[in-house]
Design a protein around this ligand. Structure first.
Ligand SMILES: Cc1cc2nc3c(=O)[nH]c(=O)nc-3n(C[C@H](O)[C@H](O)[C@H](O)COP(=O)(O)O)c2cc1C
Length: 297
């Protein structure tokens, strides 16, 4: 058994990538039941009581291991949330969006394991120094929040980080099928974290229009939308395409505060649909079980 499978306690080294505020216990349980590591997205959930309820709901649906993602800089209640998770029997979490230094002592005190998500090689070393049991390395092709600076693709980043750290490496970004999974393993990763493909899955709580825009997205159909000090990978829609052609300052045109509303209503003029470059390879809305079974086939 690989070190990563020991950390996750799962059948397969496949982690559900957290997607902003998108949460549904049924989705988390579906990933875990299919042999992956279902994940509650707690980046924006500040109430420990709510976390307790969410974990209880997942546990009603599966007795398989599942975890949670904590966004370090976004949530002031992470320590209290970790205590609730430990009480609920969650053994492994992921951390992202912030320096791991402060939060890892609490994770260790509670006897939990944790993987830290990094977008660049030097940060992977900092994460292991801080006590991360594994690192999730996310190349520029990934969906989600990115930097506005230069970034590497996973083809470069995964082997680079594998050569630097002595903990398991998980590849995040650009993976939706067996080919991507095998490629990640060939680069030295022990497993994968999947965001966009699960976002478009049948059980995903994402709106139908969001899923359909992923399925309809072709080659070079996404871009990094600058949002002040950071960027988000989004699907280029007709309005965004016009703005880009006119040379408009996209930072002024879009407000990330509108993302939640846009993504639930399908009004992508308000804010474009968030998704990774892998959207180009996602051709249909499928059950989680079918996605995972194809990946490990
Ligand atoms: C719309 C969107 C929102 C995301 N939000 C988060 C988040 O809140 N926290 C986080 O750690 N990662 C977030 N991610 C990153 C995913 O968890 C995952 O690492 C990434 O999507 C992997 O790349 P892929 O989309 O190519 O599979 C987000 C990704 C997407 C597409």
């Amino acid at each position: 058994m690989s070190q990563l499978l020991e950390i996750l306690g799962t059948k397969y080294p496949i982690i559900q990538g957290p997607i902003g505020e998108l949460n549904d216990p049924k989705m988390v349980a579906a990933v875990s039941e299919a042999g992956g590591f279902g994940m509650m997205a707690l980046g924006f959930v500040q109430d420990p009581e709510k976390v307790k309820q969410m974990a209880a709901q997942v546990k009603e649906l599966t007795d398989k291991p599942f975890g949670a993602n904590l966004m370090i800089a976004m949530n002031p209640n992470n320590e209290a949330i970790l205590e609730v998770l430990a009480e609920a029997g969650v053994k492994t979490v992921t951390t992202s969006a912030g320096s791991p230094k402060k939060i890892y002592p609490k994770i260790k005190e509670l006897g939990m394991k944790a993987l830290h998500v990094t977008l660049a090689a030097p940060l992977a070393l900092k994460a292991t120094d801080a006590g991360a049991d594994a690192v999730v390395v996310s190349g520029t092709e990934s969906g989600g929040l990115r930097t506005t600076g230069p970034e590497s693709t996973n083809l470069i980043l995964i082997p680079l980080v594998c050569d630097m750290v002595d903990v398991p490496v998980v590849a995040a970004g650009g993976i939706a099928d067996r080919r991507g999974f095998q490629a990640a393993l060939a680069l030295g990763a022990q497993g994968v974290q999947i965001g966009t493909a699960f976002l478009a899955a049948e059980e995903s709580p994402a709106s139908q229009s969001w899923k359909e825009s992923i399925v309809g997205c072709g080659d070079a159909g996404t871009t990094l939308l600058p949002l002040g000090g950071m960027a988000m990978r989004t699907i280029i829609n007709p309005k965004m395409s016009e703005l880009m052609a006119s040379g408009a300052d996209l930072t002024q045109e879009y407000n990330m505060g509108n993302a939640g509303k846009a993504w639930t209503t399908g009004n992508f003029d308000l804010f474009p649909a968030g998704a990774g470059q892998i959207s180009a390879l996602i051709k249909e809305i499928k059950p989680v079980k079918d996605i995972i079974e194809e990946i490990v086939s």
